[in-house]
Structure formats: C-alpha cells, structure tokens
Design a binder for this molecule. Sequence first.
Ligand code: DGL
Length: 277
Amino acid sequence: MLSQEWGTIGIFDSGYGGLTILEKIKTLLPQYDYLYLGDNARAPYGPRSFEVVYQFTRQAVEALFKNGCQLVILACNTASAKALRTLQQRDLPLWDTSRRILGIIRPTAEIIDVVSKTKHVGILGTVGTISSGSYTMEIQKLYSHVVVTGEACPMWVPLVENNEFNAPGADYFVEKHLSNILKKDSLIDTLILGCTHYPLLIHKIKENLSPDITVISQGEYVASSLKDYLFRHPEIDIKLTKNGTCKFLTTESAEKFSEAASIFLHYPIEVERITLK
Ligand code: DGL
C-alpha cells in the first residue's frame, strides 16, 4: 500500500552525490517539501550490473513512494541510466499510475545543441553510466548530428567521498581522464559532468582544461527542467505540499550521513536510517 497522505518530492541517489542536485532544486523551488534518500550502505552503484542497479533503485523508489512522495527524481546518473526506463514502464503501472519518476540524463542532453559549437561532446561518468551508452542515446535521439564520446572516471567518486577532491593527489586522476577523452576526440568543446559527485571536482577540472572547453554541471539544468515540468503538469503540482521542508533518509548510519553530507551542504540536517528490501 502506498501512502496518499503527503505530497513530497523524493530525491534519490546511491549516496551523497544527489545532494548537489537537491541543492540546485531547492534554490530554484524552495517552496516544496523534499525527502532525500541516499542508499549509502550499498553505494557506489557505478561498478554494479544493470540488474543490481535496477533492483536497488526499485526498492528505493518504492520506499520513497511509501513515505508519501508523489514524484521521485533519480538524482543519480547511474540509476537514471540503468533503471529509469524499466521503473517507468514496468513498475510504475503496478504501483500507482498517478505518480511520476524522472531522471537526470534527459534534461542534461537537451541543452547540448545550444552549448556546443563544434557539435562534439564528451561525457564524464561512472563505469556504469558510460557503458550503458544512455547519454549517447539521449543526445542522438534529440540531435543526431552531435558526436558523443564517453570516458569512465572510476576514481573520481572515491576522491569526493573521501574529501580528497581539493587535495594535490586528485590532480593526477583528473588530468588523466581529461587527457584520455580529448585524445579520443580533439574536437570536443563541451564536457558534461555526468555523475552527481563531479561538481565538487569542477575547479580541478577547469584548471586542467583549456578555457575554450565548456564544462556542464547538471544541477541547474535538472532544476529548471523540473520547474518547467511542474508548470506543464498542474495535475502533479497540485498534489505537492509546499511548506519548504527537507528531510533525509539513509541506509547507513544517520550520524555518518550528516557528517559526510557537510562536504556537500553547509547547514545541519535531520537524518533517519531506513532499511531497503
Ligand atoms: N551518484 C552516482 C552517479 O551520479 C555516482 C556514485 C555511485 O557510483 O554510486 O552516477
């Protein structure tokens, strides 16, 4: 049974990275109520198989629906790449057709044609996101003339999670993947940070790149796409409560979550631990 009582917006990520998206959404749409869920006990999702990412994400979305969310954003590129379509097509009709699940790849793909002049675009992401080919598919569905090249950066998430993203050691891994992707396609003029953790590395990334290359951090685009979506779907918007609250759930320890979340947020938060199954 899904709860009908509240009208919260659920924001899901495998761990902390989705907080970068939540912050941009809250800045643009502060009036709504939010419930963030980080599956920290089972993160990272990046190296996991399709089936496992799908199963974990399904459990998380169901938990958010049971906690009163009417709309859930998969604020995780890996989950958006590997689970969104099946959840929308197979699970949602069985749960409740009036609720919605949205991902973060499409809103990022939509802006590419305006930003890129050379029409050569690079995607930096987890192994899971890059191997899924989801960015390439979404971009080419919209703009078949755009050339898309991917590069998996498996060390970038651990650098952020371990608070090493500003340390000198981070330069090696940042430089390595930037030079790899530019070797694959030297015409790239736009790089998408296709992982929710990567905005924390943006200074290092820009330091290691020519200023002619535009680096896209997706939070603002996801936020404005959500605003537009709610405007176009008043039947969803009317179900959403607007008291400006934000609560946090984690599958790991609540203390650990609030401590680590301070890397991403700069205010104290209320966290509860839940179990997903
Ligand atoms: N949040 C994930 C993403 O955006 C990265 C972390 C993970 O691998 O779980 O792809």
